[in-house]
Design a protein around this ligand. Structure first.
Ligand SMILES: C[S@@+](CC[C@H](N)C(=O)[O-])C[C@H]1O[C@@H](n2cnc3c(N)ncnc32)[C@H](O)[C@@H]1O
Length: 234
């Protein structure tokens, strides 16, 4: 997979993309992540990316020209077109990112992520350039960079071969609308707080049953909305 990010703050991505699993995924050539400075696609000497809103009002709006130029330049460079490519705008007004959406995105060959700033982006970008608008939650951040990093992290770990054990993905929260069962590690007795004895029994079928029950209980208590979906499926 190839992920192109268009931003006015390229440095924000350095720490996140150069650590841990995302770093290893790039080293293993599972994903190529390219950060583009939107200012490189401006046409004026001040490298201006925004302007005042038509009709008046507070704040500035990101201009369409550099964003269209950036996307067109990326499209011309990477040969993936049509169904393999998804152009995404990060916006609080978009569809909310969840595990199902991350899975779908992980199947594309190329994602282009556009990070907004200020009061937002000229509406023509949404209307004529973007395939999909994605939000990471019902709150407003100052820019699309953190949302883009959240999206990248959630998608890259789903690319086959990125995580060591594929099995660990199967039992993870939101798989089949279940939250994951509680996890414990050594010591078995920590300051008088004990690990459930079944997990120390070595009886793996019984452990599986315990985990399934614990996952159901947890989902019912914490996410009745997911639990309802689970019951419907049965
Ligand atoms: C201050 S916000 C603009 C909000 C806009 N005025 C509105 O009310 O919808 C600036 C940029 O941050 C990004 N952003 C903010 N919150 C976000 C969220 N929850 N999910 C995705 N992107 C977000 C978007 O790219 C947005 O264009």
């Amino acid at each position: 997979m190839r992920i192109d990010v268009i931003t006015i703050f390229p440095n924000m991505f350095k720490a996140v993309l150069n650590e841990s699993i995302i770093k290893r995924a790039q080293a293993k050539n599972k994903v190529k992540i390219i950060i583009h400075n939107l200012r490189d696609y401006t046409l004026d000497k001040h490298r201006k990316v925004d302007d005042r809103p038509f009709g008046g009002g507070a704040g500035m709006v990101m201009s369409p020209e550099p964003i269209f130029r950036a996307v067109e330049a990326i499209q011309a460079r990477c040969r993936i077109k049509g169904k393999g490519l998804r152009i995404i705008l990060l916006t609080p007004q978009g569809k909310q990112l969840d595990q199902k959406l991350a899975k779908r995105l992980s199947r594309y060959k190329n994602l282009i992520l556009i990070c907004g700033h200020y009061e937002g982006i000229d509406e023509r970008v949404r209307q004529y350039l973007v395939d999909e608008e994605i939000s990471i939650g019902d709150y407003v951040l100052t820019g699309g960079e953190l949302p883009a990093m959240v999206l990248i992290d959630s998608v890259v770990r789903l690319i086959p071969g990125v995580l060591g054990k594929r099995k660990s993905l199967k039992s993870e929260s939101f798989e089949g609308n279940l939250l994951e069962y509680p996890q414990y590690t050594r010591p078995a007795n920590f300051r008088g707080m004990h690990v459930p004895p079944i997990l120390l029994s070595g009886n793996h079928p019984a452990i599986e049953v315990w985990r399934k029950k614990a996952a159901l209980k947890r989902t019912k208590e914490r996410r009745p909305d997911l639990f309802k979906k689970l019951l419907k499926r049965k």
